[in-house]
Design a protein around this ligand. Structure first.
Ligand code: C2E
Ligand code: MG
Ligand code: MG
Length: 931
């Protein structure tokens, strides 16, 4: 378009848009902006009486009783106001008494009372209006004023009506009444928000009524009583000040009239005239000045126009409509810019710079990538390659041949591993034939030379590039371009393989582990025969070897064990190491179970031969559990069964192998069930302590009792401590249970006569796992039982443990003043050495010897020598399990000090025992002829 005629066009367009009101929002906006240029103070003639939150709180719940409004009128009259307007709805009656009080106050008022009237839709859906004015009782005494307002399309109030027709009667608006307007009720006017709404005075109703407002503050003024409390929701949006209350809006509107500031608006002819002037100016200027000066002139004109409009609005209350003029000038300026700057060129520059930026980013991403990236052209030469790629090809030695610092221009196949080169070739031909390579990663595991292994993961992607045009404008063919990205995953691969190996093989021996062993057996196709077996072998005394000669030495021994085991294997047998000196062996080559057991014996003998290593000799043993194949039993279960058989062998002294049978399994199940119940039993208080009398063999008098724990199982009835104590020991429950028994026994013994003692059994586990010294201290402290009345029974098995530690614990307990009795003497290791090494005061001769009296000649002889030895060592003896008076007599003669057994009483509950204490008759032993 020629620019010459453009002023005419833009002027015509601007006027048309203006005429149809399309600039109205812009004009409103500019007018609102100009209000801020004014700082007009209110006259002060209008004061607002606020129904605020504090007044509602002090004067009672909303709506207020109408007598309060009566009080307000009376008070305002006292203060000399001239007009009182209520922006409150009195269009329905309240209670007659209050309405009457309010009416009386209006009647009394010297000031003019104005009550709100308004139109509102008849119903939510109806557009028909219904007029509301104060009930006649009030309305007849007052002046009505309309309070309706009409927001602009953007919900902002800018105009206020002069009045309205309500129920067929013309009614002046509240602002018109207070503003003293006398020009009728038609139309509306623009409110001047140049008047500072925020400076209009407010008085809360509560302050008014409590007399804290001085007369001079209101004398001769007009007031509007209205809601400002947020919960009454009488709010409107206005320009400049945001959201304000309804009565403040009325006050600003009234102020506008009082100050004669209702804004004028320039009408269409004026706008048309101004547009013509602008058009002429532009037309004239474009001939005289250069385009840049023209642009400057447009900017200056726009600023000057707006400044002039602001002055006009502030000084003369004339709100000029300038939007059409701005539009005309702006459109003209835009046309100038488009003409001067070739738009096509501009877009091209922007486009090219974008492409350049993308290219820079793309190059950076490739260059800095940790993965190697090579871009290969259709002819097989490298178009670009990043640092990581160069480093990789240098490392494998292929790039060195070309001696350059860049790979550009080199044929990819000459430097890449063969498979990668082929993959790129294939991708190019696939693209050429209309396909596209599937871009999944490929793993290449290869050896660039003998001692180097490389594992590379790479992806080949292909794209078509637009060929563009040659100089003569001829289209060039599209090109295939290949991108190869790759990374060295050798370390990751080796780590994965290592983990995989570790998951299936034993690190130390290189034998399959348990998981792999079962896998191998499951993979077997051969049918198992009657002598097919899984053996669980466990090296004995390995811990001792470790303690004495160190872990490395023990590991070397295990490797030797494997060598010996391997030498006994036949083809088809599988050996597996499952850790901690334990092995699983599958024997599938034999037909006869007897031969299997012979093999086991041979193996045990072979493995148990001494080992000589690094100048040291060591002897270990081997214990074996055997499980023969049974139909329907998996190899996994078979291995478990071999383990059960191994446990059974270990539990018996002098047994080095045992064969699984079903009873073993059911014993284990019972034991497991018992273990579960045992924990519950402790929590559920199912234990109790029984007492079994002990007497002096010389006098036959009671000297005390042994405390023996009892467990009454809710379903099985009484369970023998011989059965559950070992289980409690294995699960360490004995630590808590033992402490409980000790404390219980001490508490009860404290109530017995002073000459009676209590003997409590302590488990070795209490010494090893618990804090036995503290347990004893606490029991004595809580029960106040004198130390001299408590004996502790221990067994020889305690001394097998770390003897220095045990000795020190026993010594600490002895130092407290307690005495130790060695229980079940004669059943265990029966080493007389122990008796001297540990602080023992009493020996309890096991009941098996007592039972043997009269049956064999040895028992009494042993008892006699133990009693003699004890006397020599200044110890006492207790004979257990005395059931007959003859046994008592013989034991007394043999030199035993005390006796315990059914002859004097079975273990009994507390009540029975306490009863027995009162009635116990000394037991006289019969006279026996001594042979
Ligand atoms: P123990 O300490 O040697 O207890 C003596 C066992 O022999 C008791 O069996 C008792 O009832 C039994 N007995 C006593 N006199 C006779 C008799 O004249 N004839 C026969 N046939 N048996 C007699 P009980 O109560 O079944 O205890 C068995 C074992 O359980 C105890 O042997 C002890 O080692 C352990 N035990 C019992 N109570 C406790 C305890 O509170 N703590 C610990 N750690 N172990 C306990
Ligand atoms: Mg005992
Ligand atoms: Mg005993």
């Amino acid at each position: 378009m020629g620019l010459r005629k453009s002023p005419v066009l833009v002027i015509c367009l601007a006027f048309t848009l203006h005429f149809f009101g399309l600039f109205e929002p812009v004009d409103r906006f500019l007018r609102d902006m100009r209000f801020s240029a004014d700082n007009r103070a209110p006259t002060g003639d209008i004061v607002l009486i606020d129904i605020d939150a504090a007044s509602i709180e002090k004067l009672g719940a909303w709506p207020w009783k109408r007598r309060i409004y009566g009080d307000i009128i009376d008070r305002l009259n006292t203060l000399g106001v001239s007009e009182i307007a209520f922006d409150i709805d009195f269009s329905s009656p309240s209670n007659p008494y209050d309405d009457a009080l309010f009416a009386k106050a209006i009647e009394r008022s010297d000031a003019l009372v104005i009550l709100a009237a308004f139109n509102q839709p008849k119903s939510v859906l109806s557009e028909e209006l219904h007029g509301n004015s104060a009930i006649s009782q009030l309305g007849d005494l007052s002046w009505p004023a309309s309070v309706n307002v009409f927001p602009d399309p953007d919900s902002v109030i800018r105009t206020f009506p002069f009045g309205e027709e309500i129920n067929g009667e013309p009614v002046q608006s509240i602002a018109a009444v207070l503003g003293g307007f006398s020009g009728g009720t038609d139309g509306a006017y623009l409110i001047d928000f140049g008047i500072r709404a925020d400076l209009i005075e407010h008085i809360p109703v509560h302050d008014l009524l409590n007399g804290s407002v001085p007369a001079e503050q209101l004398n001769g003024r007009k007031v509007i009583v209205g809601a400002s409390a947020a919960e009454l929701r009488d709010f409107f949006a206005i320009p400049r000040f945001g959201i304000i209350s309804g009565h403040l809006l009325q006050a600003v509107a009234a102020e506008t009239l009082l100050q004669n500031r209702a804004l004028l608006q320039s009408d269409n002819p004026i706008t048309a005239g101004l547009l013509l002037l602008v058009g002429a100016g532009l037309f004239f200027l474009q001939r005289k000045v250069r385009w840049s000066q023209m642009l400057l002139a447009c900017v200056v004109f726009a600023l000057a126009l707006e400044a002039g409009a602001a002055v006009l609005q502030v000084a003369y209350a004339d709100a000029m409509r300038t939007a059409a003029l701005h539009f005309a000038v702006f459109s003209f300026a835009t046309l100038i810019v488009f003409r001067e700057i070739n738009l096509g060129k501009l877009l091209q520059v922007i486009y090219e710079s974008r492409i350049e930026n993308m290219r820079i980013i793309f190059d950076r991403v490739i260059a800095d990538n940790f993965d190697g990236i090579v871009i290969v052209q259709e002819d097989g030469t490298i178009h670009n390659a990043n640092r990581a790629a160069l480093a990789f090809f240098s490392e494998i030695g292929t790039a060195k041949r070309f001696g350059s610092k860049t790979l550009k221009g080199i044929r990819f196949q000459l430097i890449a591993p063969e498979e990668m080169g082929v993959a790129v070739e294939q991708a190019i031909s696939l693209m050429r034939s209309g396909g596209s390579p599937n871009g999944g990663p490929i793993v290449l595991d290869y050896r660039p030379d003998h001692d180097q292994r490389l594992v590379i993961e790479y992806v080949v992607t292909a794209s078509w590039l637009d060929g563009g045009m040659d100089r003569s404008g001829q289209a060039k063919p599209d090109q295939v371009v290949i991108c190869v990205s790759f990374r060295d995953i050798t370390d990751r691969k080796i780590a994965e393989e290592r983990l995989d190996y570790m998951a299936r093989f034993d690190e130390l021996t290189g034998l399959p582990n348990r998981r792999r062993f079962i896998e191998l057996l499951d993979e077997q196709s051969e049918e198992p025969g009657p002598a097919t077996a899984v053996l669980h072998l466990s090296v004995d005394r390995l811990q001792q070897v470790k303690d004495a000669l160190g872990g490395d030495f023990a590991d070397s021994i295990l490797k030797q064990v494997v060598v010996r085991l391997r030498s006994l294997l036949c083809s088809g047998d599988v050996l597996s190491a499952i850790g901690d000196g334990e092995f699983l062996l599958f024997v599938g080559s034999l037909d006869d179970r007897a031969v299997v057991e012979e093999l086991v014996k041979c193996t045990i003998e072979d493995v148990s031969q001494p080992y000589y290593l690094e100048g040291h000799g060591a002897a270990i043993g081997l214990t074996v559990g055997i499980a023969y194949h049974a139909s329907g039993v998996s190899y996994d279960s078979l291995a478990k069964r071999a383990g059960i058989a191994l446990d059974a062998a270990r539990a018996q002294t002098g047994v080095s192998f045992s064969v699984f049978d079903d009873r073993m399994e059911s014993r284990i199940k019972t034991r497991q069930a018992l273990e579960l119940d045992l924990w519950k039993a402790f929590e559920r208080d199912q234990f109790s302590v029984y007492y079994q009398p002990q007497i002096s063999l010389s006098s036959g008098k009671l000297i005390g009792a042994e405390a023996l724990v009892r467990w009454i199982h809710p379903e099985r009835g009484p369970v023998s401590p011989g059965e559950f104590i070992p289980i409690a020991e294995q699960s360490n429950l004995i630590v808590d249970l033992g402490a409980w028994i000790l404390e219980r026994a001490c508490l009860e013994a404290a109530k017995w006569p002073n000459d009676l003692k209590v003997a409590v059994n302590l488990s070795p586990v209490q010494f090893m796992q618990g804090d036995v010294v503290k347990t004893v201290e606490r029991a004595l402290e809580r029960s106040h039982l004198p130390v001299s009345r408590l004996d502790l029974e221990i067994t020889e098995s305690l001394f097998v443990e770390d003897s220095d530690h045990i000795l020190s614990l026993m010594q600490q307990i002895k130092d407290m003043g307690l005495r130790f009795a060695l229980d079940d003497f004669g059943t265990g290791y029966s080493s007389l050495g122990y008796i001297q090494s540990f602080p023992i005061d009493k020996i309890k001769i096991d009941q098996s010897f007592v039972r043997g009296i009269g049956l064999d000649s040895q028992s009494l002889a042993i008892i006699r020598s133990v009693a003699t030895l004890a006397t020599d060592l200044n110890m006492e003896t207790v004979a257990e399990g005395i059931e007959t008076p003859e046994q008592q007599a013989l034991l007394h003669l043999a030199g035993c000090t005390y006796g315990q057994g059914y002859l004097y009483g079975k273990p009994m509950p507390t009540a029975d025992w306490e009863r027995l204490i009162g009635q116990f008759e000394p037991v006289k032993a019969p006279l026996i002829a001594v042979s």
